[in-house]
Design a protein around this ligand. Sequence first.
Ligand SMILES: Nc1nc2c(ncn2[C@@H]2O[C@H](COP(=O)(O)OP(=O)(O)OP(=O)(O)O)[C@@H](O)[C@H]2O)c(=O)[nH]1
Ligand SMILES: [Mg+2]
Length: 322
Amino acid sequence: MGSLRWGISSSTSRVGEGGGSLVVLTLAGDLQAAWGALAVEPVGIGRLGLRDLGGIDRVLVARWADRHATLTPHAGAAVLREIGHYMQARGVLGPVSLDPALEYPEARDVLEARSLAAIARAASPRAVGLLLDQPARWSRDPCPEPRELARRSRVLDRLIEPPLVVVRGASNIGKSTLLNRLAGRNVAAAADEPGTTRDYVGANLELDGLLVRYADTPGLAEFGADPVLDEALCVSESIVALADLILLCGDSVSGFPAPPARAAALLRVGLRADLGPAPIGADCEVSSRTGAGLEDLARAVRRALVPDAVLEHPGPWRFWPQ
Ligand SMILES: Nc1nc2c(ncn2[C@@H]2O[C@H](COP(=O)(O)OP(=O)(O)OP(=O)(O)O)[C@@H](O)[C@H]2O)c(=O)[nH]1
Ligand SMILES: [Mg+2]
């Protein structure tokens, strides 16, 4: 179990309406051993699922790679301490707390050391230039307005810890094909029959310089079709509730589904644009077959999560853990 560690990879307050705090934990190392040690039903690579963690909480477990998973507790920071105790009791090593100044002795001051440490763990290419510029920005503006700083920093933190994008829409309209096209490889099964996607499929995607965790979901219209699918559909609301951005998808025939009750940010995406016009109200339309609109979609996703105005703001960013 020595090769398994956990740590808090991000702790952010939700941006926008709805509020609430969201904590993302990272599990890194021998995950096969972790499932047994933590008594968690295993989650396959590229899969997401809701799992009971020691009776403390139902957490969203996303397995991004062989040795990397994230856990998102529903209840936010309040249950974190209990989860920490549970992990330690089960032999999963806690986070190694690194002092950036010790880790980066070449840095001129603690701020420069922090920015080097943040660059090392930042997920998105867009983070690098901004982080390198932070020492200069803080010396220009050492006392930024606290609320505005907090708001801007919460958004920019998404360049370090990838936000969660969840797709929602009717069955058989090209949701999984879109994921495969964006990923440039076959991540999700796509076929010309409803109910092809029977589980959550996740992939890390870089969209317009922003790394996101992207979750494909089963079509909305299939409830009652079979027990495996029903189980997958049952967790839908939980995953949607954790999303930073929902892609509400529709094609010329299906139209857009109703937005979920507690949606974070929303983008309405018209799919299969080569077959017919997008439903009314589309923010963007794409054809995975011809490739039309894919770049615009990537930019729209990035802008919805990290708007241009925030990226281009010349002020400082409080990017280090509080
Ligand atoms: N013409 C055209 N066909 C597409 C496009 N995208 C997907 N398709 C086809 O639409 C069908 C359904 O695609 P999927 O990606 O499996 O659809 P889905 O929404 O994931 O379906 P479920 O998993 O059942 O909900 C397949 O036959 C795809 O080849 C597109 O942009 N244009
Ligand atoms: Mg599908």
